[in-house]
Design a protein around this ligand. Sequence first.
Ligand code: ADP
Length: 489
Amino acid sequence: MEPKTKYNVLFAASEADPLVKVGGLGDVAGSLPAALRCLPSSADYPNLDVRLVIPFHSTVRQKVKDAKLVAEFSVPHPRKKLNGFAYQTQVNDLPVYLIGGDLIPEDEPVYSPDHRTDALKYVFFSVAILEMAKALKWPLDILHVNDWHTALAAYVLKLRKPTDPFFEYTGSLLSIHNLPFMGAAAEKVVAEFGIPPTKDPKMPVWSWQIPLPMGLQAADRIMAVSPTYADEILTPEFGCDLQQFLMTRHRDLGGILNGLDTRTWDPETDNNIPSRFSEDNLSARAINKQALLDEFQLESNPSVPLLILIGRFDRQKGVDIALGGLRLIKDLSWQIIMLGTGDPLLEESAHKMEAELPGKVRAALRFDAALARRMYAGGDILLMPSRYEPCGLAQMIAMRYGCLPLARATGGLRDTITDDPKGDSNTGFLFAAASPEAFAARLTRALEQFKDQAAWVKMQQRAMRLDFSWQKSALAYAKLYYQIREGEL
Ligand code: ADP
């Protein structure tokens, strides 16, 4: 058969900016599908009709008022009659389906603190994705799922393929944005939906009925969101006890670095920052630092480096490593503004440090997208001492805004930041061990480097000139879709 020249691609995720964003997955799902639609025609890959599907979360309901009902369907369950429906809206040129129904609550957050509510929602959503495609009579060439919330759809697809001609030619791809979050609490709900366990002897028994491992078993291809993370998950340190199983799939496993939506993350056009700037006009950037210091009532002195930390307060992000490391060098010259929410103990620890060092520490314990932009635009160094980091977007945004990242050399951080001892290609600062001592040692040297402002500006310009757009990665995904669909595995 001749290869098809146009593919229908359904991109499924739990969140997608600008409709709903909790973390980096929202950034990716909000920008990759659009980037795929914009790829130029080429003989190397088909044209892509990419559409996005997310749950009709309560926050999305509040934002989207013009969505049209396009499909109604039932979601298979051995004992209950479950109804689902899909609305359609448009974000710029991207068609977006919003799935609601019996188990998609209308008044819960995107990720509920109640594990069962979340399990019901995302198992229902995963199954509903396939029912929606059928109800729309939109035959899928590629189903691209992301993380545990939608991974099960790839598994259900594999079960359905032999008996349902509608899915005969549908290939699947699972992107791993965060391996440790497997949806373990959904195990019982998966059984309640009558979805059989994999019983794959290559997999550990505990993982047989958990959404992410089930998706890893079933997907035609598995992509981690950076090449280094793809390697790391094959090791005991990062593999979450699935490394041996993942080794058996290593021919189908790879890594494609996430990109950034460089139109919305652009210091030359960002309306949220007091003074817009470019790499050729870095003096305009100083106004942003001054405004930020004023906003947080910190004393202004251009020779004092302003550190920023933005992200989920979570063990993964190494917030404890940063706080511990900063305590070790509390007498050096620096100031810090932290923005984030999460683990109450880490939040308390940040507050305590603010009280201990009132002249240098501020903690804003909330989610505030506009403040994050003001911080990227005014901070000198972004701290990102992650224990693991599948890709990480904050460091890319920071570099684009001339704020140099200091990060642990892991996952996507290693793939995006250059810390070259000779110093002629540096775009940031990396350290190896996940310890306050290693963090403090690298930061101490970075603070020294800050004193040489001429070299610092060169580094900022180098970082700002890096191409973090989706172009290259979107192309890699398009070629991958082609290989999956045409069976070139
Ligand atoms: P992750 O997806 O693991 O949370 P990433 O670095 O990939 O981490 O992406 C985090 C994204 O969320 C970035 O765009 C960052 O600016 C944003 N972000 C995280 N915490 C906050 C917060 N408290 N307020 C505003 N933006 C935040």
